[in-house]
Ligand binder design. Sequence first.
Ligand code: RB5
Length: 141
Amino acid sequence: MIVIGADHAGYSLKEALKDFIINDLQLEIIDMGTNSTASVDYPEIAQSVAQVVAEGEADAGIIICGTGIGVSIAANKVKGIRAALCHDTYTAIMSKKHNNANLLALGARTTLLENAIPIVENWLKTEFEGGRHETRVKMLE
Ligand code: RB5
């Protein structure tokens, strides 16, 4: 189960990524909104997505705003959340392998859909490496 949320700036990218996740990756989605391009406050959306992951109701989450910066700052204030703002597949993969990121943050005004799709696909399929990284990730708590 994947939880997703975006503010007004990220709404269109969220809808496109939902289609990809449901139809191509065959995964289930919880959508925390927003549901239009009307202006909303990104901290509320980001923290509602983060809460779903922190409570174990979803395996991973995706949060989107204009730059991805606001949602990642907001989500990282929720205990147990490791949100990674990624602009390419390399950082997406490494955020899982080394940081065990449980939220992926994207910027809809900085990342095209054609780039966001492989970022999401690689992020979802990459596993945490554990080992020496386990100790460091525990230190984040
Ligand atoms: C909204 O205009 C914009 O500030 C927001 O989407 C985000 O980029 C904040 O970090």
